[in-house]
Design a protein around this ligand. Structure first.
Ligand SMILES: Nc1ncnc2c1ncn2[C@@H]1O[C@H](COP(=O)(O)OP(=O)(O)O)[C@@H](O)[C@H]1O
Ligand SMILES: [Mg+2]
Length: 207
């Protein structure tokens, strides 16, 4: 049975490059939501990618709270650029519906004391965890779920991304005691039509 997605949630990943931004773009193409990237390291950045891929107007995007030029861990990029990331500076969008995207995996440092997962806990948003579909994902996903639960962060479910691997999906669901909400396969076209088709296929009925 499909689970309705809440109006505001956080898209986290088991790692960098697992498909958080791609999954956000798919979700944005079907949900009437605002996209927020609290910490961006590297240019041009995920907000720009989601904007271009979805073709959605400016009103669906808010400015990153921290926008760092270097494509490094946020704490390292911030240090290079003379910036201190302050957990007190994050103000979620006022929009009724928004999707926030993390940077890297959960245990990525933001400064000398805090990790990305501390920001998630502070925001109090439920988390949708994006994981790669293939080899190595069971370990990364189960560790990430443990860390989220340890901090009492609500987990909406896991979205696996990449070539289908039902055995991994089953192991994640069983050992992680979690729902695999969707298994997103490689998209041929990351354009508005392709993303909308993917939304209907993977998340249709979840609005
Ligand atoms: N299902 C998919 N279909 C096509 N391209 C994908 C898919 N998932 C990820 N990619 C591509 O792989 C790269 C990494 O994905 P991305 O969403 O940027 O990861 P993350 O946000 O977790 O760092 C990007 O170039 C992205 O467009
Ligand atoms: Mg991203």
């Amino acid at each position: 049975m499909p689970v309705a997605l809440p109006p505001r949630f956080f898209v986290a990943g088991t790692d960098t490059g697992v498909g958080k931004t791609l999954v956000c773009a798919v979700l944005m193409s079907g949900l009437s939501a605002v996209y927020w990237k609290p910490v961006q390291s590297g240019e041009p950045g995920d907000t720009e990618w989601v904007r271009q891929a979805t073709g959605l107007p400016e009103s669906h995007f808010v400015r990153e709270t921290y926008r760092l030029r270097h494509a490094l861990s946020p704490h390292a990029a911030a240090a290079l650029e003379g910036v201190e990331i302050d957990l007190g500076a994050f103000r979620p969008p006022e929009a009724a519906r928004f999707i926030a995207e993390g940077a890297g995996g959960l245990m990525v440092p933001l400064n000398d004391r805090h990790l990305m997962i501390d920001l998630m806990a502070q925001l109090g948003l439920p988390v949708l965890l994006v994981a790669r579909s293939g080899l190595g994902t069971i370990n990364h996903t189960l560790l990430s779920l443990d860390a989220l639960r340890h901090r009492r962060v609500e987990v909406l479910g896991v979205v696996v991304n990449g070539p289908r691997n039902p055995a991994n999906e089953e192991a994640i669901a069983r050992f992680g005691k979690v729902r695999v909400l969707a298994a997103v396969e490689p998209l041929e076209h990351c354009d508005p039509a392709g993303l909308r088709t993917a939304f209907d296929r993977y998340f249709g009925g979840r609005r």
